[in-house]
Design a protein around this ligand. Sequence first.
Ligand code: C2O
Ligand code: CU
Ligand code: CU
Length: 486
Amino acid sequence: MVTRRRLLGTGLAAAGVGLTGASFTPLLAVDPAKASPAKAGPSTAATPELFTRPMPLMPVLRPTFRTSTADHYDVTMRAVRREVLPGIQTDLLTYNGHFPGATIKARTGRPVIVRQRNELDVATSVHLHGASVTQANDGDPMDTLAPGGERIYTYPNKQPHASLWYHDHAHHKESENVYRGLHGSYLLTDAIEDKLPLPKGEYDVVVAIRDAHFDAAGQLVYTMDDQQRSTLLVNGVPYPYFQVAARKYRLRFANMSNQRFIGLRLADGGEMIQIGSDGGLLPRPHTTDSFILSPGERADVVIDFSRYAVGHKVVLENTIIFAGNAEQVGQVMRFDVVRTADDPSSVPSVLRSLPALPAPTNERSIAMQMEEGVAHPKGFMDGKMYDPARVDANIRFGASEIWTVTNTNARVPHNFHMHLVQFRVLERGGKPPAPGETGLKDTVIVAAGETVKLQATFDSYRGSYVYHCHMLDHSAMGMMATMRIS
Ligand code: C2O
Ligand code: CU
Ligand code: CU
């Protein structure tokens, strides 16, 4: 079907992701035609020109000091004005003035200690997404850092390598705080990953994608469930080009959008090798022409540009067109092949082995739902809105549980994110997971009407942690709940 192919791109259905066109139209609760323009605020006149500026490489955060046992960092959250759209200064909320935040590089077994100072006029909470940390260091929605305050977050890094990310999580403010700039990457590596001959150094690149809605003055507009976030930013720049050598690159794609699903595909249908997902490398590489990232998900992908001649340019497209037309959101960035280079890297046919799943000790079901077709929808987990004073799931320490997560909406897609654990996807719609979902995951798409079964083992820390839809407007609407491991 032509429309469906256009919406999702070719190969996505074949990849077994199980999404249908219907589950993306409309993605949000409010019909765009009925959305009040006053609520949405003024729009920008036009999409910024495509591929006129280089994609910035995210700076790597430097430790303030290192001891024999840990790396210590200092980060200040502050408001800055920075050029995002050409020639215009935009107000942003940042970690240390960077948009997105600088990348933190960490190693398994070596703790990272971050002193966060909040110089913003809004409360914040810093969450390291995908990390196994104690409750006090998780950036819980209620455990906020007041304006003017500071606190120390300790990340033990007792988990295998993974492409993590950090972002704000203050209750009822996370959605807007993240949207205004409080998000960055955290790359955790280990000996397993080190030994592989994958592209490294300058050929291992963070590509953080998100959308934004700019008003006519070039300022960020934030409204819940906004359908006009139709400018795509890559590493903080709209529609950049990236000059590459004709060799293999490891691209660490992350979707840091508030609620946009992104389907990535090279315009020529060229091959991409997915080697990793949220929780690090896949067991085996997966060759594809496209993949989908919902908000919060990551994919490590190797693209071999040696198949192109120097001078060739290839656009990275977004195959999921909503909240904006194809001209605004159908393209993401362009790779410009500008030189040749040696390439000692390769993608081995086996990347890692994951431990066998333990026998499950408990099962439970979770229903995700959001009101559809109303102006200010509420969101529910098992029929209840988030209440930080309530425990929704009591889990025995050491348990390995199967969670059957169902999106009971007719049209609105969700995704499902758990703090503290990396889980395994067992089934999507009764079928085995797609190859890209066979690794460790912390965030998984649950399309409208769909059921996903996953297994998580709670053997790291005791305490209370949230699980929620990672479309952050949805979690702010109430699609969040608390599990207590004890
Ligand atoms: Cu990305 Cu509750 O987090
Ligand atoms: Cu998280
Ligand atoms: Cu949702």
